[in-house]
Design a protein around this ligand. Structure first.
Ligand code: AMP
Ligand code: ZN
Length: 486
């Protein structure tokens, strides 16, 4: 039988029983977007995956504090503290203040996630709002002997840290190999070791986003913000730290190093990583130029798209894959998801129209426990969807009068749909929420009914056939006429 929630922990490379440090409270930190440009669909996949996790933890009775940051400073183009500051570069390009860039793309990010019906996090802290906390943390790391200053920039000393801790604990890579694969230090390099990374970076004369610090005017490195903000809002040790898989090797590896060098503790008990959305097998990313913007996907206005797909279709497409599997984008896959999603939503709209009988040909408990078991097995949403299609089949059979369902089983079926379709998956029926369409269709149905009563079959047929050609099917029964999108 079900043995409680198990999740895959990158740190131990196993599926583990989830045992929060301070149940029923759960602290979860997820690396948020770098808001220097529009989020692409790949980014959305990661945030939709953690929304599923957040929703299921809440459904399971935990009191979750979900912290998802906004990176609005310190993210340089190169992984090795080189290249332009992403915000400054974009600001120059758009002729805006860096903070206008941050504001513009933060709002855009929120708009997109709202379209996907994700829940807002409990706290959404920004890097620029926590400069003091980052400076304080760097000071402690230096006092503990794991960082050094060189000409106004502070570097984390990976070699020194590795003498007492395991720098590659998260990805289990070999440190020697990593060193061999990392470029040698150049003559200009201030770093002592090849793997050292910046905690604080000295401002150049042209740097706009700059703050005073004990080491002069500068700005924080990218990794330190997450260590400082997770500790501030969730404590030095918390339950879950998440992000996309691409962050594990550098950003999260460095976060662990910073937190341990500061607090002598592993920050998170469970590290969770979502897999990538790919296009023809290649990771979707801003730099590869294959990153659809969600808006382009909804309108279909992109060379790789045959047509547009609604936000819920796209979300359903994502939920049909497990969060740790790669998911390859294609028009065919989205077409299939659209059909599946409509089939599910049509059944959901029929639920309220089912007439219960004294007996039941169906039992809902096994379906519900299969769903729970799947979610408890590392949030296996595709298995839940297969179970929901079984529920869909039952709804259609009962609606077509080919099977019976009792009041009690119908109640369970309604609860199953509410819990999994709406509360845990966060799906919504875009057709049903289109109240204008609903109202117009109700009016057409009324006109058709009146026409039939007057034996004006030309009009009633015209309405039925006309709607059919628009993909709307009318169905007459004893209770009246209903409509379906086909
Ligand atoms: P960024 O704005 O680049 O810092 O990324 C925000 C989040 O999106 C991070 O957790 C990344 O790991 C994640 N991410 C980036 N590209 C993809 C992708 N193709 N598929 C899934 N997640 C991604
Ligand atoms: Zn982070």
């Amino acid at each position: 039988m079900d043995k409680g929630l198990h999740l895959y922990n990158t740190l131990t490379r196993t599926k583990e029983l989830f045992e929060p440090l301070h149940a029923p409270n759960v602290g979860m930190y997820v690396c948020g977007p770098t808001v220097y440009s529009d989020v692409h669909l790949g980014n959305c996949r990661t945030f939709i995956s953690f929304d599923l996790i957040f929703r299921y933890l809440k459904y399971s009775g935990y009191k979750v504090r979900y912290v998802r940051n906004i990176t609005d400073a310190g993210h340089l183009e190169g992984d090795r503290d080189e290249g332009d500051d992403k915000f400054a570069k974009r600001a120059k390009l758009e002729q805006l203040e860096p903070m206008e860039i941050v504001q513009k793309y933060t709002l855009g990010f929120h708009d997109v996630l709202r379209m996907f019906n994700t829940l807002p996090p409990s706290i959404e802290p920004t890097a620029t709002g926590h400069i003091i906390e980052q400076i304080e943390m760097i000071k402690v790391i230096m006092d503990n002997g794991y960082a050094y200053e060189a000409n106004g920039t502070v570097y984390f000393d990976v070699e020194k840290y590795s003498a007492s801790y395991n720098y590659t604990i998260l990805t289990n890579r070999n440190l020697e190999d990593m060193l061999a694969n990392t470029r040698e230090l150049g003559g200009q390099d201030e770093k002592r070791g090849r793997l050292d990374f910046a905690l604080w970076i000295k401002a150049k004369p042209e740097t706009i986003m700059r703050w005073p610090s004990p080491w002069g005017i500068g700005f924080p490195g990218w990794h330190i913000e997450c260590s400082a903000m997770s500790a501030k809002y969730l404590g030095e040790e918390f339950d879950i730290h998440g992000g996309g898989m691409d962050l594990a090797a550098t950003h999260h590896t460095n976060e662990i190093a910073q937190s341990e060098a500061c607090n002598h503790k592993q920050p998170a008990k469970y590290w969770m990583h979502t897999n990538m959305l790919t296009v023809n097998g290649a990771r979707m990313s801003k730099s590869a130029g294959n990153g659809f913007l969600p808006g382009e996907l909804f309108t279909g206005d992109h060379p790789l798209l045959d047509r547009g797909y609604s936000p819920m279709t796209v979300k359903f497409f994502m939920l049909q894959a497990h969060y740790r599997s790669t998911l390859d984008f294609s028009n065919e896959a989205l077409d299939a998801s659209e059909k599946g999603f409509r089939r599910l939503m049509n059944a959901v709209t029929l639920l309220d129209k089912l007439v219960p009988a004294a007996e039941s040909d169906f039992e809902i408990d096994p379906i519900a426990s299969n769903c729970i078991r799947a979610m408890n097995d590392d949030f296996n949403s595709p298995v839940v969807i297969a179970e929901l299609f079984e529920a869909t089949r039952i709804i259609n059979i009962v609606y077509d009068g080919k099977g019976k369902i009792s009041v009690a089983e119908l109640g369970k079926l309604k609860k199953l749909v509410k819990d999994f379709v709406f509360d845990i998956f966060g799906l919504k029926d875009e057709e049903a929420s289109n109240t204008e369409l609903n109202d117009v269709l109700e009016m057409m149905i009324d006109i058709r009914k009146a026409a039939k009563e007057n034996k004006d079959y030309a009009t009633s047929d015209k309405i039925r056939v006309g709607l059919q050609s628009m993909g709307i099917q009318l169905k007459d029964s004893k209770e009246g006429t209903t409509w379906n999108k086909v």
